[in-house]
Ligand binder design. Structure first.
Ligand SMILES: Nc1ncnc2c1ncn2[C@@H]1O[C@H](COP(=O)(O)OP(=O)(O)OP(=O)(O)O)[C@@H](O)[C@H]1O
Length: 894
C-alpha cells in the first residue's frame, strides 16, 4: 500500500514514536507523494514571512517517489530522516489545514492559474512581480438560492385585466417593476460585494430590457394549445385547463404525485358518470376533499391545480370596484350587484406558509403563459417576470398576512384578485373593519368557489378560533339555500351593510381540507358522520377548539366528502432516516455543535422556546456557525429575510421554533435536528418533514436528554414504533475539543453581556443624573444593593479588556484544527491506513476535522452497525488474547 509522506515544509522530520497502535504496511519500499520541490530540497532556510500565498493541495506539484524502507519508514508507518524541506508551510487557519507557498520559491502555480493549467506544473515567480495572487479557498462555494426569494408579498403585476379575455396577441405586457428580492445582506467580503454590484447591475439591465421589450411590439403567432398527450403523458388523463400543462412541464413536474393524482381525478368531468357522484345532490359534479398525505408530497398543487384550472376555464370577471355601477356603493339590490371575481380563499396557519403558498401558485400561474421568443432583452429578465411572457389570462394571487402593510393589501384587493391566501387573523382584521372595503371583501368571500384549509390540524392550535369561526361562517349557506334547514348563525353586525350580510354564499362551493397529519379517530368520525352530514351539520357551541369542531362548522356541500388518506404507516416519509444522540441536557450544545461541524449542510434546528434560540444563537455565531434565527418574536420582514438568507446558503443553520415546523418548503434541507423534542407526534412529523421532501433523502436527529426519554417513547409509540432509533456515531476526542471551544464561547458571551449591561446601566445613570442636575463622579460609585451603579473607568476598561482577551483566546482556539485522536499536527502521515496527504490532495479530507474523510451523516449512519460490530469483535479478540496471556502467565508462575 503506498504511504504518503508529509508535505510539511520546515519541519525536521524525526523518527515518530512507535506508540501508534495502527498496524502499517511494512514492505521494503513505499511510495510517497511529496511536493516536487520539497522532495529534493535539503536547505533549511525559513521562508520569508512576506508574500506567502495559500495554495490548494492539488496544486502543489506532488510526485510519487519510492522510498526504501530503511530510508524513511518504520513498520509504524512513521517517517524517518526526511530532511527539512522548504518553500511550503503547513499552517492551520480557521481550523483548517492550509499550505502556504512563498512566492519566490515558485513551488507551484498560483492556484487560479494552476487549476487551469493542470496539476503539478510549477513555475518560478519573479520576486518583483507586483501582481497580487489570490488565495485559494477550498471551502464550499456559495450557491445562489434556487428558489425565487420571498417577495414581501408583492403581487406580480400581470398584464392588464382588460386584455385577459383576449387570446394571446403579439403585443407585450406593460412594463412593471420587478418584484423586490429580500436577499439577506451578503457577507462583507470583497468578492461578495462585487457579486452584489454585479447583481444590481444585472437587475438594472434587466429593468432596462423590460422597458425596451415593453415598448416594442413582438409579432407572434397565436399560442397553440399545449400537447399534453405527447409532452406530458403522465398528466394527460387529469382534466385541467390546457395552459396548466405548460406550467407543469416548465416546472419539471413530469408526473403528478399520488395526492395530486387522487385529488385531480375528482376534478375530472368523467366522474360525473360515476354512481357515487350522481348521488351528490348539489348541482355540480365535483367533490369536497379531505386530503392527508405525507410532508413534501405536493399537497399545495393538489388543491392549487383544481383552483387554477377553474379560474383559467372561466371567462374573466372584471374587478368588482371597476364594474360596480355606483363605485363602492352596496345600496343596490343584491341581484343587481356585479359578479364577484374571487374564486378561492386559502387559509393557512402561519404567515410564512401563506406567503409560500402564494408564491407557489403565482409561479404556476405565470408559467401558464408561453415565454416570449429569446432575445438579448428578454433573456435578461427572470423567467417568472411577466414581461418575459406573452399576453394572456394571468391569475392574480394575493397573500393577506399579519406583519405586512394593511394599506398595501387593500390596494391589491382593490385591483381585483382571483385567489386570496390568508392567515385568519389578518383576514378577519380586514373584514371586521366595517368599511366599504370590508363589505366588498365579504361579498367576494361569499362568492368563492373554493375554500381551502391548509395544515388544518395546526389551524386549530393557533389560537385564531374566533377569526376562523367567523370566516368559515361567511361561506355557509343560509337556511333557504340548504334544504336541510341549516341555521346560519352569522353575526349580521360584522359588516357595515346589512344587504351584504344577507347575500347568499355560493351553493356549489367546494371545500378542501389538507394536512400531513390527522388522527385516524377523526377520519373515522368524519366517515361515520358522512351520512348525517348530508343535511344536518352538528351545531357547534362556542369556539372551534378541535379539528372535529372545524369540520363540523365547515359547510361541506358534498354530503360525503372524499377522504384521501395517503399518510404513511408511521407518519414519516420513507426517504427520511431518523437517529438519536442520547446525552445530558447540558451536553446538547456540544453534540449539536459536533453535528453541525461534522456534517455541514442546510440544517433546521428546532427548539422549544424563543429564549432557547436567543441563548444558542450568539453562542453558535461566536463559534462561526452560519446560524440564522427564526421565531415569532421577530418582525415579519426579519422573518422573511431570515428565510431568504437560509435558502441562499448551502450550509446555513436555521434555529427555529415550531413556527417553521409546518408546510415550509425550503429546497435541499439535508438535516433536521430536534434540539428539544416536541410535545406531540404530529409536530414531530411536521418538523421532520422539512427535510426529505419530494422524494429526496434527509435525516432527522433527536437530541434526547434523560428527562425527555418519556416524551420520546410517547412520540414513537404514537407513530406505532418502538424506540429503535440508531445512535449517530461520534468521535469522543473531537467532542472534547469542541467542548473547550463551547466553554470559551460561553465565557465570551457572558463577558460581553456583562459589559453591555454595565454600559447600559452607566448610560442610564448618567442621563438620569443629567436630568436631575446631579453631579455623578465617574470614579466613585454606590456599591450597595442591586441598584444599578455607575462603574469606574477602571472597572469598565477592565471589563472591556477581559472581553477582548477572551475573544482573542476563542479566535486562537478556533484557528487550531480539530484533530482526530492519534494523528499529529506536525506529520501529515497515515492513520488507520488512511493517507492524510491522500485525503488532502484528493480533496476527500473533512474540511474542519483533520484525520476524517468527508462523509455524510446518512453514510455514517448506514456504516454505524458494521463499525459497531467490528469494534465489538476487536474488543472480544482483545479480551480473548488477554485471557490467553494471563493464563499462560499464571501457568508459567505455577
Ligand atoms: N408533481 C410534482 N413533481 C415533482 N415535484 C413536485 C410536484 N408537485 C410538487 N412538487 C414539489 O414538491 C415540493 C413539496 O410540495 P408541497 O410544499 O406542496 O408539499 P406538501 O405536501 O404541502 O408538504 P407539507 O406537508 O410539508 O406542507 C415543492 O418543492 C414542490 O415544488
Amino acid at each position: 500500500m503506498p504511504l504518503n509522506a508529509h508535505a510539511a515544509a520546515r519541519l525536521r522530520a524525526k523518527k515518530r514514536s512507535r506508540s501508534s497502535t495502527a498496524a502499517q504496511d511494512s514492505s521494503s519500499t513505499a511510495s510517497a507523494e511529496i511536493p516536487r520541490k520539497l522532495a529534493t530540497s535539503s536547505t533549511t532556510s525559513q521562508p520569508k514571512a512576506k508574500r506567502l500565498r495559500t495554495a490548494a493541495p492539488k496544486d502543489l506539484g506532488w510526485k510519487s517517489i519510492t522510498l526504501p524502507a530503511e530510508l524513511g519508514f518504520d513498520d509504524d508507518g512513521g517517517l524517518l530522516e526526511l530532511d527539512e524541506v522548504e518553500g511550503v508551510d503547513v499552517v492551520y487557519e480557521d481550523g483548517r489545514i492550509a499550505f502556504k507557498v512563498r512566492d519566490d520559491e515558485g513551488v507551484a502555480q498560483p492556484s487560479s492559474n494552476s487549476t487551469k493549467k493542470g496539476k503539478g506544473k510549477a513555475t518560478e515567480r519573479d520576486d518583483d512581480d507586483e501582481e497580487e495572487w489570490q488565495p485559494v479557498t477550498d471551502g464550499p462555494v456559495e450557491e445562489e438560492g434556487d428558489e425565487p426569494a420571498f417577495d414581501d408579498n408583492e403581487v406580480l403585476e400581470f398584464p392588464p385585466e382588460e386584455d385577459a379575455d383576449e387570446p394571446s396577441t403579439p403585443s407585450v405586457p406593460a412594463t412593471t417593476a420587478t418584484p423586490p428580492s429580500l436577499d439577506g445582506p451578503p457577507e462583507p467580503e470583497p468578492a461578495a460585494k462585487q457579486e452584489k454590484k454585479k447583481k444590481a447591475k444585472a437587475k438594472k439591465d434587466a429593468a432596462k430590457a423590460g422597458k425596451q421589450v415593453a415598448t416594442e411590439a413582438v409579432a407572434l403567432p397565436p399560442t397553440k394549445p399545449f400537447d399534453a398527450a405527447s409532452e406530458l403523458p403522465a398528466w394527460a388523463h387529469l382534466h385541467i385547463a390546457n395552459p396548466l400543462y405548460r406550467a407543469l412541464a416548465e416546472s419539471g413536474f413530469s408526473k403528478p404525485t399520488e395526492i395530486q393524482d387522487r385529488a385531480l381525478k375528482l376534478n375530472s368531468p368523467a366522474n360525473a358518470e360515476e354512481p357515487h357522484v350522481s348521488a351528490f345532490a348539489a348541482p355540480h359534479a365535483e367533490r369536497d376533499v379531505v386530503g392527508i398525505a405525507q410532508t413534501g408530497s405536493g399537497k399545495t398543487l393538489a388543491y392549487g391545480l383544481p383552483i387554477l384550472s377553474h379560474i383559467l376555464s372561466q371567462a374573466p370577471t372584471p374587478t368588482p370596484r371597476a364594474a360596480s355601477p355606483s363605485g363602492s356603493d352596496f345600496s343596490d339590490a343584491s341581484d343587481e350587484l356585479p359578479p364577484t371575481r374571487l374564486a378561492a380563499l386559502i387559509l393557512c396557519p402561519t404567515r410564512e406558509l401563506a406567503l409560500q403558498v402564494r408564491q407557489a401558485l403565482s409561479t404556476v400561474a405565470v408559467r401558464t403563459l408561453p415565454l416570449l421568443p429569446s432575445s438579448p432583452e428578454t433573456d435578461k429578465l427572470a423567467p417568472e417576470d411577466p414581461r418575459r411572457r406573452q399576453k394572456g389570462r394571468l391569475v392574480q394571487v394575493v397573500a393577506l398576512t399579519g406583519g405586512m402593510s394593511v394599506d398595501k393589501q387593500k390596494r391589491q384587493l382593490e385591483k381585483g384578485v382571483d385567489i386570496i391566501v390568508a392567515t385568519p387573523g389578518r383576514l378577519w382584521d380586514l373584514i371586521g373593519e366595517a368599511s366599504t372595503h370590508s363589505d366588498l371583501l365579504v361579498r367576494e368571500i361569499k362568492g368563492i368557489k373554493f375554500l381551502v384549509i391548509d395544515e388544518a390540524d395546526r389551524m386549530i392550535e393557533n389560537g385564531h378560533f374566533a377569526e376562523l369561526d367567523n370566516i368559515v361562517r361567511l361561506t355557509r349557506r343560509t337556511p333557504e339555500q340548504a334544504a336541510n334547514g341549516y341555521v346560519d348563525d352569522f353575526d349580521a353586525s360584522i359588516t357595515s351593510r346589512s344587504n351584504v350580510n344577507q347575500l347568499p354564499a355560493r351553493p356549489d362551493m367546494r371545500t378542501f381540507v389538507f394536512s400531513a397529519t390527522m388522527s385516524k379517530e377523526l377520519q373515522t368520525n368524519l366517515k361515520r358522520k358522512g351520512g348525517q352530514r348530508k343535511f344536518v351539520p352538528r351545531a357547534v357551541e362556542g369556539d372551534i377548539t378541535s379539528l372535529d369542531d372545524l369540520l363540523d362548522k365547515l359547510d361541506f356541500r358534498d354530503p360525503d366528502p372524499e377522504i384521501i388518506d395517503l399518510s404513511p404507516e408511521h407518519g414519516l416519509v420513507e426517504t427520511l432516516k431518523e437517529c438519536k444522540v442520547e446525552c445530558l441536557q447540558n451536553e446538547k450544545d456540544i453534540h449539536l455543535y459536533h453535528f453541525l461541524v461534522r456534517y455541514p449542510a442546510r440544517t433546521i434546528v428546532f427548539l422549544a422556546s424563543i429564549d432557547g434560540i436567543r441563548r444558542l444563537h450568539p453562542l453558535l455565531e461566536l463559534l462561526k456557525v452560519n446560524v440564522i434565527p427564526l421565531h415569532s418574536g421577530m418582525q415579519q420582514r426579519q422573518r422573511l429575510k431570515a428565510l431568504d438568507k437560509f435558502k441562499s446558503s448551502t450550509d446555513g443553520v436555521l434555529l427555529a421554533t415550531d413556527v417553521a415546523a409546518r408546510g415550509l418548503d425550503i429546497p435541499a434541507v439535508s438535516h433536521v435536528v430536534h434540539y428539544q423534542l416536541p410535545r406531540s407526534a404530529d409536530t414531530y412529523v411536521h418538523r421532520s418533514g422539512r427535510t426529505a421532501r419530494a422524494g429526496t433523502a434527509g435525516l432527522a436527529l433527536q437530541l434526547v436528554a434523560p428527562e425527555e426519554k418519556k416524551v420520546q417513547r410517547m412520540i414513537m409509540a404514537s407513530l406505532g414504533r418502538a424506540d429503535d432509533l440508531p445512535s449517530l456515531p461520534a468521535d469522543f476526542s473531537i467532542l472534547d475539543q469542541l467542548k473547550r471551544r463551547i466553554e470559551l464561547a460561553k465565557q465570551v458571551d457572558q463577558a460581553h453581556h456583562k459589559l453591555q449591561k454595565q454600559t447600559h446601566d452607566d448610560k442610564w445613570l448618567r442621563e438620569t443624573a443629567l436630568a436631575m442636575e446631579v453631579d455623578l463622579d465617574d470614579d466613585t460609585y454606590d456599591s450597595d444593593g442591586d441598584a444599578p451603579r455607575a462603574s469606574s473607568k477602571k472597572e469598565r476598561s477592565k471589563l472591556a479588556y477581559q472581553n477582548r482577551a477572551l475573544r482573542q483566546q476563542l479566535d486562537d482556539l478556533l484557528r487550531k484544527p480539530l484533530m482526530v485522536r492519534g494523528i499529529s499536527a506536525k506529520y501529515l502521515t497515515t492513520r488507520n491506513k488512511v493517507g492524510l496527504v491522500d485525503q488532502l490532495v484528493g480533496g476527500t479530507s473533512h474540511n474542519k476535522i483533520f484525520g476524517l474523510d468527508q462523509s455524510s451523516a446518512l453514510e455514517d449512519l448506514a456504516r454505524a452497525p458494521r463499525e459497531k460490530k467490528k469494534a465489538q469483535k476487536k474488543l472480544a479478540d482483545q479480551r480473548a488474547a488477554d485471557k490467553v496471556g494471563s493464563e499462560a502467565e499464571s501457568d508459567g508462575s505455577a
